[in-house]
Design a binder for this molecule. Structure first.
Ligand code: SAM
Length: 331
């Protein structure tokens, strides 16, 4: 019986941030300060948390950060995770995914695949090297990321998704170029609406490029056909009418999908977050330090999941900013 929250949502999807350091300083995420704020834990601690949660019905684990590929030992960690077996009468293999900026992916894609990684999502916010450098505030990153995407495809890390956060004034003119990129590279490009989770607190409704706007712009390039998507999937999916190329749109601001949310997160310092927009964390690692058994950890997690928020309040008068920004939560 999978873990359920008090609104009846099954919790099957776990995101673990394995560091809150990042080698990019994307304008919509960070102020430009270097370094970690919260630090990270030994892999064996995340592994124990993951083992307990897999025993409670989690069947998907996504590694994130900060930048997860900065963490030495990540390939071995993936191998250990791949050894976990979800329970139930007909257990499926665990789905292990990774979200990365792709800067170090070219060398690591094959070892990660061999270790048991199932799939990868690469963040990339422009298909033009100069614009890419302006957004990430890192010179020469574009070629590394493109090489990373191609290496992931060669290694069979599939489906391969490329996530682009659109922010007005920076990259809304990249919509059609990304449509072309999806077709040429054979990847799914997913546009994400900018959320108020950035360090600089620059978000305003007017900075969000919405789902409707993205669809209208892409339709000027080529007609799109909507593809049915699973209820718990965050992205609305579309293919081009001629069957070549797929795009997705993740629209938490203009079309919230909280009612189907199946996720919980563990931060790099071992706290559980039940929503990106939570105003508090739940210290799972403190329970471990106090010597809790696996059964006690499972009880703690059960209790925390019952506190999962019904929905976020972005854009509403009662919106309270999350207690952490995206890079320190794990997106
Ligand atoms: N470093 C990795 C990467 O770049 O994918 C993983 C961490 S990053 C925080 C995870 C995802 O969050 C990226 O796709 C990033 O673009 C997205 N993101 C960061 N800040 C965001 C914001 N304010 N709104 C929407 N998405 C955001």
């Amino acid at each position: 019986m999978p873990l359920h929250d008090k609104f009846g949502r099954a919790i099957t999807d776990l995101r673990i941030s394995i560091t809150d350091r990042c080698n990019y300083k994307c304008v919509y995420c960070r102020t430009g300060n270097e370094g970690a704020l919260y630090g990270d834990l030994p892999f064996e601690d995340y592994l124990r948390m993951a083992r307990v949660l897999v025993g409670m019905g989690i069947n998907k684990i996504r590694l994130t950060g900060g930048e997860p590929l900065l963490r030495k030992g990540v390939v071995e960690f993936v191998r250990e995770l791949a050894g976990l077996r979800p329970g139930g009468p007909m257990p499926e293999p665990l789905d292990i995914a990774l979200t990365t900026n792709g800067h170090m992916l070219a060398e690591m894609a094959q070892p990660l695949k061999d270790a048991g990684l199932t799939r990868v999502t690469v963040s990339m916010d422009a298909v033009d090297p100069d614009r890419f450098a302006r957004i990430t505030r890192v010179p020469n990153g574009y070629d590394h990321v493109l090489a990373g995407i191609r290496a992931a495809r060669r290694a069979g890390l599939w489906p391969l998704k490329v996530n682009c956060v659109l922010m007005r004034g920076f990259n809304e003119d990249q919509i059609i170029p990304f449509g072309m990129f999806a077709r040429e590279e054979g990847v799914t490009v997913r546009f994400i609406e900018f959320m108020p989770l950035e360090e600089g607190r620059t978000w305003a409704p007017s900075t969000v490029v919405t789902l409707d706007e993205i669809l209208a712009r892409m339709a000027e390039y080529r007609p799109l056909v909507e593809i049915p998507h699973a209820r718990s999937e965050t992205a609305r999916r579309y293919r081009f009418e001629d069957g070549v190329g797929e795009i997705g749109i993740i629209a938490p601001v203009s079309h919230p999908f909280c009612g189907h949310c199946s996720r919980i997160r563990i931060t790099s310092d071992g706290k559980i977050r039940t929503c990106l927009f939570s105003v508090w964390d739940h210290d799972l690692h403190a329970e471990m330090r106090r010597g809790a058994s696996d059964e006690k950890l499972a009880d703690f997690i059960q209790g925390v999941v019952q506190k999962k928020e019904e929905r976020h309040h972005i854009g509403e008068p009662d919106f309270v900013p999350a207690s952490r920004t995206m890079v320190h939560i794990g997106g």
